[in-house]
Design a protein around this ligand. Structure first.
Ligand code: ZN
Length: 271
């Protein structure tokens, strides 16, 4: 099942997102997709997915970020080839960092490059959307009851600032640096899923989830022993090799097989 949050075009609000640095709050509807129609549901969480009776054709809606996360936990260097391309050692346990909720944008919104960075990279990733509160999971606990589903995420990174600071916070946290969406797929065979990144139609990254150093279930349990994960929280599970720079005018697409394509343009940030 594919879940999403949508805004029917008929409601107006053409100025979505970051016209200034402040996200505009806009009315949204949780929905599930069947065929070419988005059927409104009562909510994404707590199994409260009863249809309300309202629906819209997909071509009549804008896709919003599928959740408003309380936190976004990133996993660094989780594919061998990517750790190697940046001359980093293979981690012996998951390396985690946080991205702020204010960095989230939806599909088709522009990624804005800050003037302070000379090197902003794309990082195509599978994102886990947490569906139920989870804390202190043991190695034997199943993670599936706590996962709502999966979406595409671009962990946009100012590489020069990340290296200069050692800490990841500044390089990972600019407004628009966390495109997510377009949908949450609730059923995904992780053993048969690939993540790919295209820039202006050319493939830049491609990796199978089976190439991860720490698989998705291990990551969820490990993070749950550090911090309580809440419904709507997002885990960005790391990027395969092939990260590279974005420049104004680029069109970047993150494709997770079985989920969909997250498409964003790239522009210079004004002031
Ligand atoms: Zn990343």
């Amino acid at each position: 099942m594919k879940l999403c949050r949508v805004q029917p075009f008929a409601l107006g609000h053409p100025e979505l997102g970051h016209s200034s640095s402040v996200r505009v709050e806009i009315p949204s509807h949780a929905a599930e997709i069947e065929g070419e129609v988005a059927y409104e549901i009562a909510g994404l969480f707590d199994g409260n997915r009863k249809r309300t009776g309202r629906s819209w054709p997909l071509k009549a809606v804008r896709f919003l970020p599928p959740v408003n996360p309380g936190k976004i936990v990133g996993v660094g260097r989780n594919y061998r080839d990517h750790a190697a391309e940046l001359n980093n050692p293979i981690p012996v346990e998951p390396l985690i960092f946080l991205k702020p909720p204010s960095s989230v944008i939806g599909p088709e919104e522009p990624i804005l490059l800050p003037a302070i960075s000379k090197r902003v990279d794309h990082e195509g990733e599978l994102a886990v959307i947490i569906g139920r509160t989870c804390s202190q999971l043991s190695d034997r606990d199943a993670v599936e009851p706590y996962v709502l589903g999966y979406t595409c995420l671009n962990d946009v990174t100012a590489r020069d600032l990340q290296k200069a600071d050692v800490q990841f916070t500044r390089g990972k946290s600019f407004d628009t640096f966390c495109p997510m969406g377009p949908v949450i797929e609730t059923t995904l065979d992780l053993a048969d899923t690939r993540v790919e990144t295209y820039v202006n139609g050319a493939r830049r990254q491609s990796g199978a989830l089976t190439e991860m150093i720490f698989p998705v279930d291990v990551i969820i349990r490990w993070i749950s022993r550090v911090m309580t994960l809440l419904p709507g929280d997002v885990i960005a599970t790391g990027t395969p090799a092939g990260v590279g720079p974005l420049v104004p005018g680029d069109l970047v697409e993150i494709v997770v097989s079985g989920v969909g394509t997250l498409r964003n343009s790239v522009a210079a940030r004004e002031a």
